[in-house]
Design a protein around this ligand. Structure first.
Ligand code: ADP
Length: 449
């Protein structure tokens, strides 16, 4: 049903169509890493099919066959390089040079010197198996969430291709007995041509699907970041704003009766809170405009961050009473404004979720082990309901009494984002009895030095 000549013609047509599809994709202005290599691979593959077709027509032409075999090897190497570029990896120069060198030398030896097509099939199948296996491993190892689903699919396709070619390389030399063309030889060569045809179509489709999936993922992430950004701006500005309005409110209500020193103190506190709002806005703007999310990190005294956070919540703390005791905290590697917002969110929650039956107590300390500092923020509040220890860190997740206590479920998700941005982890002590203890880790120095 499938004679090799028909397959070679179909192969040429399919590869040409697929390369045009890929080139059209780039013509729409899309800058996709690896797409040009894949289009070129398909073009060279189709040239190889034309040459192989001409070589099989009588009289057999060894040079056509030799050039066709090299075209197929170059096509597969370029496809593998396209996949590496898709994953933002550099090309494997050594593998490419070795494979091309082997193809030139061994195919030349088998076809040009000995007119031995079996040797050529075996060498090429072995080379395809090696190139396919390397690509499969790279693709299946992909961890980045935008590329992972597409790369998994491509990895499986490359692995199947490599597996078939390895099988062919292993059995092809033993199928021939020199007495004409045997049915099993025709079968495996036809199968090989079909596998190559399927690979050409599926690699191109899989590649485009991966690119599409990755862009869609990045778009969703960007939208989520924007939504989160708007939410956190409002959420984190609320604490210092409450201090400003609170202290100014007191001054407004009793301007004459108030002792001038006290009114100066309140004005000073309101002014400090306004400056801290300014810092938060600057930091948020930095995050919004910094496309690489490369925040300015430095050695930061965690005591200062905790002190600034307490100042932001001054009004709430004064109003509710209670004690907030902070032990001496170490210097860590991070972004000062972000760490301040982290403490602010944790203290704010401890205040919000306090137990009305007892005076509020918040204890903060840190322990160092080698490079890692573990901070603990413990309160004697109402505690987090059972089974919600992980869920509370999710975006817009609220648990427990959501009616009487105000909130939108942004504070802890922002805490987790900040801690993870600093390469740390945050968790709630599952054993905290009658209160909550939040732990988070930070590094003491720049991990890159
Ligand atoms: P919000 O406080 O705006 O609801 P958060 O993300 O800060 O959002 O907190 C999520 C949930 O975690 C809250 O709804 C609350 O039930 C719980 N929670 C957070 N901190 C504490 C705490 N210190 N004590 C008790 N429950 C807390």
């Amino acid at each position: 049903m499938f004679d090799i000549a028909t397959l070679l013609v179909s192969f040429t047509a399919v590869e040409l169509i697929m390369s045009v599809v890929l080139l059209l994709f780039t013509a729409t202005g899309q800058k996709v890493k690896g797409i040009m290599e894949l289009a070129l691979a398909l073009l060279i593959g189709s040239l190889g099919s034309v040459l192989a077709f001409l070589a099989t027509n009588p009289p057999p032409n060894r040079f056509y066959l030799y050039t066709a075999s090299l075209c197929f090897v170059v096509g597969v190497l370029l496809s593998a390089r396209a996949m590496r570029h898709l994953q933002y990896f550099a090309r494997r120069k050594l593998l490419e040079t070795l494979c091309l060198g082997c193809a030139v030398v061994f195919n030349g030896w088998f076809i040009l010197v000995h007119s031995n097509a079996v040797g050529m099939f075996t060498v090429n199948s072995a080379l395809f198996a090696v190139i396919g296996a390397f690509s499969a491993v790279d693709l299946l190892r992909e961890k980045r969430p935008d590329l992972k689903p597409g790369c998994r699919l491509l990895g499986v396709l490359f692995a199947l291709f490599a597996g078939f070619m390895a099988l062919r390389a292993a059995i092809r030399p033993f199928l021939e007995n020199g007495t004409g063309v045997l049915p099993q030889v025709t079968l495996i060569d036809t199968l090989a041509a079909l596998v190559a045809l399927a690979a050409a179509i599926l690699w191109a489709v899989g590649f485009l699907w991966t690119v599409y999936g990755a862009s869609e993922y990045r778009l969703r992430r960007a939208n989520a970041d924007l939504e989160r950004f708007t939410g956190t701006v409002a959420h984190d500005l609320k604490a210092p704003l409450s201090s400003i309005t609170g202290f100014l409110g007191i001054l407004k209500r009793s301007p004459k009766a108030m002792d001038p020193e006290k009114s100066q103190e309140y004005l000073g506190l309101a002014n400090d809170a306004a400056w801290r709002m300014n810092e938060i806005i600057d930091d948020l703007l930095d995050q919004a405009t910094n496309a690489n999310h490369q925040q300015l990190f430095a050695r930061v005294d965690a005591n200062c961050c905790s002190r600034d956070a307490i100042k932001n919540l001054q009004f709430q703390i004064k109003r509710l009473g209670g004690t907030l005791s902070v032990q001496d905290l170490p210097v860590v590697w991070g972004n000062k404004t972000q760490i301040t917002r982290l403490f602010q969110n944790l203290y704010d929650n401890a205040i919000k979720y306090q137990d009305p039956a007892q005076a509020l107590e918040i204890n903060v300390n840190a322990t160092c082990q080698d490079e890692i500092v573990t901070f603990a923020v413990a309160d004697n509040g109402i505690g987090v309901p059972d089974g919600a220890n992980d869920r509370i860190f999710d975006y817009m997740q609220r648990v427990g009494d959501t009616e009487t206590v105000s909130g939108v479920g942004l504070g802890l998700s922002e805490c987790r984002r900040i801690v993870e941005n600093h390469g740390g982890v945050i968790w709630l002590d599952p054993a905290s009895n009658g209160g909550s203890t939040f732990y988070f880790t930070m590094r003491r120095s720049n991990p890159k030095t």
